[in-house]
Design a protein around this ligand. Structure first.
Ligand SMILES: [Zn+2]
Length: 480
């Protein structure tokens, strides 16, 4: 069996040898995705899509709790609509895909396949919002978007991907700002408490903010190669889009005012983050609260009388108790199955053999630590609930400790440069785009964010690159 294990595991590259290859091996060999016939477009297979469904449900419930409703807008945007907000079109034009023909007829105006939906949603909001009574308007849509990327990697960068985009309109700037930060915190709650991923919250620089936004806020996570992944963003759009798309309302005082709008989004990119934060050399490690399968039941010595029926009974009981559980009674050796489910990252497996049945227990293995122990069948549901919670907490703590260990506080440019090779760098900074560009060119790293509650520069500190007085603290890192 040992030999069998080895051959199976060597199908995945080692993380410390070739992290990009490890990632590709994992997403393909665990049935998360496949490549399609269209360059840069991925197919999300059932195992990957079930994970996305779990994530969707958990986010959607949070959005609805704070008064958002779902709607759907068309995927085609007339060019004239897209070009109304100048910064926005400049930001997105290079990666737009265009529809120029309808059947065999050339269109009078070409149509963009949505790279994001601010423009079409704002144009509708300008019709729907008339008075202060129509505010706030808080919609979200779950859909696909398209960005014509030159290079692609499954989940991380593909031409077509799935996401949600929230769009809200408010009477005042302050209300829009409160919404922007509320949704950012909603994402933090989701990422920490469902995905077990620690995130750094903060504001993007002028250079890195969303095209046309007043301010962009972000959630940044560290991958196991020390690079950053932007897990989600929330934008206060000020009144820029309201002015460009004429979203006005009649105030209580009878005055015509412009609205303040926000948008916020997360995508299937988070799945790439989940894989790169938690995975190990055996493959995926699924955070239990979103895992497509939380528990797999493996009957051992299936041919022996009573084993299959007992395993099926346990499976049914757990399913009825609300667990996402599967029984694997395929005609394969136990060793093959252990490897298969470990590779797929199922948080917990329970082995049930003739002797276990006699003793009224199951052999349990948790995926995150590979620890083995027995659990009594009596009260199994409660024990598993506690176990899955512990797996979640352990995964979160491990990821947080890793990030802290690979974060350098730099005060000189040498420290900054060295730190970036290893992970995140937190440093005092002058805040100037010119300096940001120079560091990016020299270190191949970008500013990630000015962290909330910790962006005050040290007293009298100077920028380690240009020596000017520091205006803020900021994170630099290489990023996906
Ligand atoms: Zn500087």
């Amino acid at each position: 069996m040992a030999k069998n294990n080895e051959t199976f595991v060597t199908q995945i590259a080692r993380r410390d040898m070739d992290f990009p290859q490890w990632y590709t091996d994992v997403v393909l060999k665990t049935d998360m995705v496949d490549y399609s016939d269209v360059r840069g477009c991925m197919v999300i297979k059932a195992y990957g899509y079930t994970l996305w469904e779990q994530m969707q449900q958990k986010m959607d419930a949070r959005f609805k709790k704070t008064g958002h409703k779902n709607a759907y807008f068309p995927m085609l945007i007339p060019e004239s609509l897209l070009t109304k907000e100048a910064e926005h079109v400049e930001g997105f034009a290079p990666e737009c895909a265009w529809v120029t023909y309808g059947g065999s007829e050339k269109l009078a105006e070409r149509l963009a396949i949505r790279p994001t939906s601010e423009t079409i949603i704002c144009s509708m909001y300008s019709r729907w919002i008339q008075s202060y009574r129509d505010l706030p308007l808080k919609l979200n849509q779950w859909c696909n978007v398209m960005r014509w990327e030159k290079t692609s990697r499954p989940f991380l960068r593909t031409c077509a991907f799935l996401w949600q985009e929230g769009h809200t309109a408010h009477a005042t700037f302050d209300e829009a700002q409160a919404e922007t930060l509320q949704q950012l915190d909603c994402y933090r709650d989701f990422m920490e408490n469902e995905l077990a991923i620690p995130v750094i919250l903060g504001r993007k620089t002028e250079k890195e903010k969303f095209a046309g936004a007043y301010a962009t806020y972000t959630l940044e996570a560290m991958m196991q190669d020390g690079k950053a992944l932007q897990m989600g963003t929330s934008h206060n759009l000020g009144d820029h889009f309201a002015r460009a798309y004429n979203i006005q309302y009649l105030s209580k005082e009878g005055k015509l005012e412009y609205c303040y709008t926000t948008s916020w989004g997360t995508s299937t990119r988070m799945i790439g983050g989940l894989i790169m934060v938690h995975g190990d050399d055996r493959g995926l490690v699924m955070p239990p609260r979103v895992a497509p399968i939380q528990v797999v039941v493996l009957p051992i010595a299936m041919h022996k009388e009573g084993v299959l029926s007992k395993a099926a009974e346990i499976t049914e009981k757990l399913r009825a108790a609300g667990f996402r559980v599967e029984m694997d009674d395929r005609d394969q050796s136990p060793g093959w199955k252990f490897n298969e489910w470990e590779m797929k990252g199922v948080p917990c497996r329970i082995e049930v053999g003739p002797r276990d049945i006699e003793q009224g227990v199951g052999k349990c293995v948790r995926r995150d630590t590979l620890e083995k122990f027995t659990l009594p069948m009596e009260g199994l549901g409660d024990a598993l609930t506690a176990l899955l919670d512990d797996i979640h907490a352990t995964m979160f703590r491990k990821a947080l400790a890793f990030r802290e260990q690979k974060t350098v506080r730099a005060s000189t440019y040498e420290e900054l440069k060295a730190g970036i090779q290893n992970g995140f760098v937190l440093t005092n900074w002058c805040g100037e785009t010119e300096c940001e560009n120079a560091i990016k060119a020299d270190c191949n790293a970008t500013t990630r964010c000015m962290p909330f509650g910790a962006d005050e520069p040290d007293e009298g500190a100077v920028c380690p690159h240009c020596g000017k007085p520091a205006k803020t603290k900021i994170y630099f890192a290489k990023a996906y």
